[in-house]
Design a protein around this ligand. Structure first.
Ligand code: GDP
Ligand code: MG
Length: 425
């Protein structure tokens, strides 16, 4: 089977980006800085980053011939053994570039897929990444690519004839079909689980990659008592039920980070994970306020939320990593926001009590209290009331039970229906 390039520890890389006339310099540099972070995450050492100004992309080499020669010399001088391009390359471009440079060339998508493959922990995530990898690979299965695969040791001993290529394409297509089938099945299971979780107050952590979402997730899990773990034993590892206090239980979900130029296939196959964002009652938008480009990252996140139809969802803005700040808060650069932001350091555990208090306040605002009378013959409905809300008071009368209950607004509607049109105060 063919394999995408897997970065090994201590590969020495040169990064290459192109600045086209319609892109501003800042965005081009920022994108390359992010590529550098990605390369380091994958275990490579970044020796240098190069940006070439171009009117348009070169069809054969992506960048100019002279620039390629210059990079070749640089690689020799610095002892690089890998060149990573910030944009997707065609198989032909990779083939041509490798021929001149005489070393491995990969593109951003390939790098990101490599990182996701290493990070994928749950069965679902592994299938999602493998699917994205094969979809990335399929159109690239050409003679040029085979040449590369052989160089990377990804191919068998036989010469790569066209027939062999055709066979391999068929195998990969079949595998893609199988993986998609598996995902559909997992998605169905998810739907069932979601039904079980309907009654919870759902909070999703969103934000740019590396801002500290998972650190916060772990801290909050530690800081609170995870309840009823068993009930959701099949839940994926990135969702936990947290109990802040008797009246405040939430279902917290960690999500994949958003980055720019996320490979298209990866977004598509992670759609069901991103659905968790759509179903949340509240989003916590985590921002790394110590990052020099945090306003741009916030914009990018807002843009993706818009694409997911989630821009009108209630959102609390959380500025993380305040422990790294020196001097004043750099809020002058910040895009406008609706609610007062909360400042924390997830790693040092600063401001978490404040964050939890804001969450509780939000939940209280979202829920309301009602009084309901359950007739004796309807007392079998009582468990639903305890399940969907918090029963704060009960009073037994001759004809039935008087209840005071606090719950999410739409759960109250549901109970209203249950209690046969009883009036809720
Ligand atoms: P995610 O990609 O948003 O899930 O980010 P992670 O939780 O994986 O954190 C990314 C990096 O930021 C890790 O190296 C964390 O140790 C670091 N980090 C997270 N929170 C803080 C913080 O409050 N202060 C500092 N200094 N570093 C943090
Ligand atoms: Mg994370």
């Amino acid at each position: 089977m063919y394999q995408l390039h897997k970065l090994r520890w201590q590969e020495k890389a040169i990064l290459v980006g192109v600045k086209l006339p319609q892109v501003n310099r800042f965005a081009a540099e920022d994108s390359l800085a992010e590529l550098s972070l990605l390369a380091k995450t994958a275990g490579a050492e970044v020796l240098e980053s190069i940006i070439q100004d171009r009117k348009k992309i070169d069809a054969g080499l992506f960048i100019g011939k002279g620039k390629v020669e210059q990079i070749k010399q640089l690689c020799l001088d610095r002892g690089a053994n890998l060149v990573i391009f910030d944009d997707d390359l065609s198989p032909g471009q990779i083939f041509n570039l490798e021929k001149i440079l005489d070393l491995k060339v990969i593109d951003r998508s390939c790098l990101v897929l490599d990182i996701f493959a290493k990070r994928a922990k749950t069965a679902e995530a592994k299938i999602q990444v493998e699917l994205a990898q094969l979809q990335y690979l399929l159109p690239r299965l050409t003679r040029g690519w085979l040449h590369l695969s052989r160089q990377w040791g990804g191919i068998g001993t036989k010469g790569p004839g066209e027939t062999q290529l055709e066979v391999d394409r068929r195998v990969i297509k079949k595998k893609i079909g199988d993986l998609k089938g598996k995902l559909v099945k997992i998605d169905k299971e998810r739907q069932t689980q979601r039904k079980k979780r309907e009654d919870f107050f759902k909070v999703a952590l969103v934000g740019y990659t590396n801002v500290g979402k998972s650190t916060l997730f772990n801290q909050l899990t530690k800081a609170t008592v995870p309840v009823e773990e068993k009930l959701f034993s099949t839940l994926d590892s990135f969702t936990r039920i947290l109990r802040f206090s008797r009246n405040h239980n939430i279902l917290l979900t960690d999500t994949v980070g958003f980055i720019r130029k996320l490979p298209h296939h990866l977004v598509a196959s992670f759609r069901s994970t991103l659905d968790e964002v759509k179903l949340a009652d509240l989003l916590l938008h985590i921002v790394d306020i110590s990052h020099p480009n945090f306003p741009q990252q916030m914009e990018k996140v807002s843009q993706i939320l818009k694409e997911l139809d989630c821009s009108s969802k209630p959102t609390l803005l959380v500025f993380n990593k305040i422990d790294k700040l020196k001097g004043d808060l750099p809020l002058g650069l910040c895009p406008s926001y609706e609610n007062e932001p909360i400042f924390i350091s997830a790693e040092k555990g600063i401001g978490l009590a404040n964050l939890i208090a804001s969450l509780e306040l939000f939940m209280d605002e979202q829920s309301c209290e009602a009084e309901v009378f359950l007739k004796k013959e309807d007392l079998n409905l009582l468990p639903s009331f305890y399940k969907l809300g918090i029963v704060t008071q009960t009073e037994m009368k001759d004809e039935g039970l008087n209840l005071k209950i606090r719950a999410k607004k739409w759960n109250l509607e549901k109970l209203k229906g249950l209690a046969n049109g009883e009036d809720f105060a």
